[in-house]
Design a protein. Structure first.
Lengths: 469, 256
């Protein structure tokens, strides 16, 4: 049993479920965490699920997602062939793989690994039992439980997820890859929580994949808190390839101490409704955060990227570049909000959102927004929405390249500005290939993980096979 | 006859630019079109290439005995029409290598040939790069992005060399070039001249025609070819300037 029968997800249902199951939900808690759950469920009760009446949800309507019935997941699924669900066959991509099934950490035998260099990785539930002090310093400290209803709900309900700890001065020798797969025979409503802690002067590459195993509808509310200690460096990749019936509310809260460095890449290839809340707070001077996003939507898919950067300290740099291609009836939202506080002098911030609409029916709402409270800053923002460059189309066609191929070349080139920023070569080759297939309409939801498709071992040469178009 | 233009009228946004052009080009010939700015030289090039923003309101163009006006831009290109752009378009993110490989293979497909293998393609590219003195690092960059004026024009000639057109139209390829770049471009064209192909060289100045010797020179003025001759006509134009044409036209107008 997954916890409950399929039903409509309402505020009343969730608060009721919490009341009925609070003991089981809090089974692994340390005392302060249980108290936080109690506060969070009250706050959720006050806030309720967001509607389009709220400014932050004006252009993302959840009614269709909520019109489906879901079973609320309160316990992990047991009968899973871990080997089958989690494998990643990108050639030469050598990562330490962490599997998550329906939000729960899965491992064959070791739920929590402690490596020789002091890195700890594994199940958050296990870590809460084993390292309550370490977890207690970070968990729930960065997420906005007070203002964000989904984060509040997640804080009340979430029991497990991924935990990674990189100690001071340790550089993770290889990238860590989280593969979060949704796999079930019935509609699921799931909530998981991840915590990633980078000590001072540490370094980590993290590839975080959200995938569907089948075409079953799902609703995920995932909260991830990431703490970057002083001079820590994180290279972060979020790959989203869920089925068209899935809703994903992903909230990632980055807390960056002095001189921390972040590069985050949001690559959204598929999904019914994707909402990325990306919140970054500079908690010391000289921080540097670059956030890149590429989204390719079609059919009735919807993508919503909300990026909030809080420049609370001087001398920090933030950059956002989000590019989208929207086809058919798909829709997109970009909300970039940079807050430069009074004392955050010598702030350097830019935001850019570009969209290509391929049809009359595709639409996008883009709102880059700067809120600045001192004079000594360098900030810029820009947003463009348009069609493919007609001069470039003509130029390509004049060289004998057919209209469809020319369009494909231009879309691919457009996406490449973001993809070329991927620093892990085998991953970049794979993403190049996936984007190419996605643009040609060939990419299907693969078994388990989209990363299972055959991939080139070399950079993708864009040679167009006309029979595929 | 390779190309035959009869009484061609074309307009953009309702404004007539070409007002009855007649022009015949045979294989093996080089034709130069000269004329002051704004008389329709580039429009003529665009209309032959098939740019859709122009409306052909009257007349016809036959190419290899086909009604050219019925073919789309890319079909004309595959039939061997190449336009060297006056302002080559920058395409960020598309490397020249990928661009040319796609173009060459689409052309081969049209001709019923198998696509070139990676190795064969690279060999072809090296050959043609040498022909037009294109530095190798240029080929790995995005098409025309951040290129100097000279590099852009050399890149046009390189593409022409790769695609081996039957009719190449060079639209003010000489504009903005220093004398060295001009020589490289002209040498490229001269090396590509054969008995089978033809060139239509559009230029404002006589200078280019010192390097690419035309068989025929036409003067385009206010949407019509008002004078045709041999290469000596270009020299005469250089000497007397376009005011000579303007005045002659005015006098003709009075006479009528």
């Amino acid at each position: 049993m997954q916890g409950a029968l399929k039903q409509n997800i309402t505020k009343e249902l969730m608060t009721g479920l919490y009341a009925d199951h609070r003991a089981a939900i809090a089974a692994n808690d340390y005392p302060a965490l249980t108290a936080r759950r109690e506060n969070a469920i009250h706050r959720f009760e006050e806030l309720g699920f967001p509607t389009t009446k709220l400014e932050a949800w004006k252009n993302t309507d959840l009614r269709e997602s909520f019109a489906k019935e879901y079973a609320v997941v309160l316990k992990p699924k047991q009968d899973v062939d871990v080997q089958k669900v989690f494998r990643c066959n990108i050639p030469h991509l050598d990562t330490a793989i962490m599997g998550q099934l329906n939000g729960w950490y899965v491992s064959k035998d070791v739920p929590l690994m402690e490596l020789g260099n002091g890195i700890i990785m594994g199940s958050l539930a296990e870590a809460m039992k084993k390292y309550p002090a370490l977890i207690g310093v970070h968990l729930g400290r960065y997420a906005d439980t007070n203002g964000d209803a989904f984060t509040a709900l997640n804080t009340a309900f979430s029991q497990d997820g991924v935990f990674i700890y990189v100690p001071d001065n340790v550089k993770s020798p290889k990238p860590v890859q989280i593969i979060n797969v949704i796999h079930n025979d019935e509609n699921l409503f799931l909530q998981s929580r991840n915590l990633i802690v980078l000590g001072k002067n540490s370094r980590l590459s993290l590839v975080h994949c959200d995938d569907s195993y089948n075409h079953q509808p799902s609703f995920s509310n995932v909260v991830t808190e990431i703490h970057l200690g002083e001079h820590a460096s994180l290279d972060h990749y979020k790959l989203q390839s869920l089925n068209n019936e899935s809703t994903l509310i992903s909230s990632v809260y980055f807390r960056m101490e002095a001189s921390a460095k972040l590069e985050s890449h949001y690559i959204s290839l598929n999904g019914g409704l994707l909402r990325n809340n990306i919140r970054i707070r500079f908690n010391g001077p000289h921080g540097d955060a670059k956030i890149y996003g590429i989204y390719l939507m079609d059919r009735k898919q919807h993508i919503d990227n909300q990026v909030f950067v809080d420049h609370a300290y001087p001398d920090c740099t933030s950059g956002e570049l989000f590019k989208g291609i929207l086809d058919e009836h798909s829709s997109g939202v970009f909300n970039g909000h940079v807050l430069v506080e009074r004392n955050a002098v010598r702030t350097n911030a830019y935001q850019s959102n570009k969209n290509i609409l391929l049809t009359e029916t595709a639409k996008v709402n883009s709102k880059p927004f700067l809120e600045i409270y001192n004079d000594d800053v360098k900030c810029s923002h820009g947003s463009t929405t348009g069609q493919l460059d007609q001069d470039a189309m003509y130029y390509l066609r004049q060289r004998g390249i057919g209209e469809d191929s020319a369009r494909m070349l231009l879309m691919y080139a457009y996406a490449d500005e973001v993809i070329s920023k991927i620093a892990i070569d085998p991953l970049r080759y794979r993403i190049e290939d996936m984007v190419k297939k996605r643009l040609q309409g060939e990419l299907q939801i693969c078994e388990a993980c989209v990363l299972h498709c055959n991939t080139p071992e070399q950079p993708v040469e864009f040679v167009i096979d006309m029979t595929k178009i | 006859m390779l190309l035959s233009i009869k009484n061609l009228h074309a307009s953009i946004n309702g404004k007539e630019i070409l007002k009855g052009i007649d022009l015949d080009i045979n294989q093996g010939e080089v034709h130069a079109i000269m004329g002051p700015n704004g008389t329709g030289k580039s429009t003529l090039a665009s209309v032959i290439a098939g740019r859709e923003v122009f409306d052909v309101t009257e007349g016809e163009i036959f190419y290899k005995n086909k009604n050219l006006l019925r073919l789309a831009v890319e079909e004309r290109a595959r039939e061997g029409i190449f336009l060297g752009f006056q302002y080559p378009v920058e395409i960020p993110g598309v490397s020249i290598t990928n661009f040319m490989r796609t173009a060459v293979n689409e052309l081969r497909k049209y001709k019923g040939l198998d696509p070139l293998s990676g190795g064969a393609f690279l060999k072809l590219m090296e050959e043609k790069k040498e022909l037009v003195e294109l530095t190798s690092n240029l080929a790995n960059r995005s098409v025309n992005e951040g290129f100097s004026g000279g590099e852009k024009k050399k890149n046009e000639i390189f593409q022409m060399a790769m695609l081996e057109p039957t009719l190449a139209i060079l639209d003010e390829t000489d504009s903005g070039l220093d004398i060295d770049a001009l020589r490289v471009v002209a040498n490229g064209v001269n090396k590509l001249r054969t008995k089978e192909n033809a060139f239509l060289v559009i230029t404002h100045y006589q200078r280019l025609l010192d390097y690419i010797i035309p068989d025929f020179v036409h003067v385009l003025f206010e949407g019509k070819i008002v004078k045709s001759g041999t290469k000596e006509l270009a020299l005469e134009l250089e000497e007397k300037g376009y005011d000579w044409i303007r005045k002659e036209q005015q006098d003709n107008g009075k006479a009528e």
